[in-house]
Design a protein around this ligand. Structure first.
Ligand code: AFP
Length: 391
């Protein structure tokens, strides 16, 4: 205060929220400096609130909130945290590229007879090592290992089973294209202490959690615990996954499809008809033009669909009749189906819901149609119509 008399008119005039009617008769007239301070403090509080609500929350905080809401228990929360931590380590290894000495073939083959990359082997080791001793798992199964891996007796055991494809799309590593880790969590059947392969053979609907991490320009973790699908971006400086897309929704309609067209000559009749109708565009029965994308890393193709819609298809074909499709039910199809359904999309085998398939083998393959709901329904209808034709 400078001692000069305060003009009530001007004292209120700087107060954005005030009106000329504010200093009603009988109201205590406050000096201008006090009013300014009140306004300043109020604005500061508003700004702080805006900043806090705009700031993404961490995966840890998100999971604690889900636990407090009764949606997951502490064991599942910690299990997800351990998987996320392992994925951060894989992200660092992938990011180092040639400097880490991890590119190229490992010189070994996996259980499916496919050549393993060094990073396939390394990622598998990272996930195994991180999850073995946490105390939340009864067993693990990996696309890279022939049989389920029980938790060694030296470590405490929990009630969950973890399945993973440690590095999906690994043939893309050497050309610096996005790859990822896919995982799925099941409950260990009651009374089973040392789970074997058969205990993992549960349909997709039994999953309690599924997710993938994509190692691209940024590293993202996409997760579902059966209550929507959420996306977290790795803040490399903080070392934390931050919630950047809550409740992802896949548009029901699309004009984009993802398929490996080089297999066209091997496809069965309904696939031939479906894709040929897509390619006819506006002039054909579909009445609209379609665009095509194929990264050949399922994580990247599915992530695009979660971002802007689309349909992803890896059908069964005649190339190798002993394999009903290329993708693995337990490590790729089921977790992605869970994630996509939770984002409002659909996932089928081309004939029925993917997550209803009752598995018969840990490394079983399955045809996969997933993405924008209406388009997946249309592709599925082509197959069912074909099945209903007289032989
Ligand atoms: P890799 O992990 O061996 O690279 O296989 C990737 C994948 O399982 C899946 O991520 C792709 O969608 C699909 O195979 C690509 O298959 P094509 O090489 O036949 O296009």
């Amino acid at each position: 205060m400078d001692g000069r008399p305060v003009d009530p008119e001007s004292a209120w005039s700087g107060y954005a929220g005030a009106t000329r009617a504010d200093p009603s008769p009988g109201a205590v007239k406050r000096p201008r400096s006090v009013v300014v301070r009140v306004i300043y403090n109020r604005r500061l509080r508003e700004l702080r609130r805006d900043v806090m609500s705009a700031k993404p929350i961490s995966l840890t905080r998100f999971l604690i909130q889900e636990q407090h809401a009764g949606h997951i228990n502490a064991d599942l929360r910690l299990l997800i945290e351990v998987v996320a931590r392992a994925c951060k380590t894989i992200s660092t290894a992938v990011g180092k590229g040639a400097l880490g000495g991890v590119l190229g073939d490992a010189g070994t083959g996996n259980v499916q007879g496919e050549a393993q990359k060094k990073l396939d082997v390394l990622s598998n080791e990272i996930l195994l090592e991180a999850n073995e001793w946490g105390g939340h798992l009864a067993g693990l199964a990996s696309e890279e290992m022939e049989h389920a891996h029980p938790i060694p007796n030296a470590y405490p055991k929990g009630n969950y089973l973890l399945l993973f494809d440690p590095l999906d799309g690994s043939s893309n590593i050497d050309v610096n294209v996005a790859v990822g880790t896919i995982f799925s969590v099941l409950q260990c059947p009651d009374g089973v202490i040392e789970p074997t392969d058969e205990h993992f053979l549960q349909p997709g609907v039994a999953q309690v959690c599924a997710g993938y991490t994509i190692y691209g320009p940024s590293t993202l973790l996409v997760l579902t615990i059966g209550r929507g699908t959420h996306g977290f971006t790795l803040d490399r400086e903080q070392g934390s996954f931050m919630l950047t897309r809550r409740d992802i929704r896949i548009p029901a309609d699309t004009q984009e499809f993802a398929i490996n067209m080089s297999n066209q000559r091997h496809w069965h009749a309904p696939m031939q008809r479906y894709v040929s109708d897509l390619l006819e565009g506006k002039q054909g029965v579909r009445g609209k033009d379609f665009n095509m994308r194929w990264v050949a890393s399922m994580v990247a193709d599915v992530h695009r669909i979660l971002t802007r819609g689309g349909i992803f298809i890896y059908p069964a074909d005649r190339k190798d009749l002993s394999k009903p499709g290329r993708l693995r039910l337990m490590y790729e199809a089921n977790p992605m189906a869970f994630i996509v359904e939770q984002a409002g999309g659909a996932a089928t085998t081309g004939r029925s819901r993917l997550m209803d398939v009752v598995p018969t083998g840990l490394h079983q393959r399955v045809p996969v149609f997933l993405g924008s709901r209406h388009e997946v329904e249309t592709a599925t209808r082509y197959h069912l119509e074909h099945d209903s034709l007289p032989a």
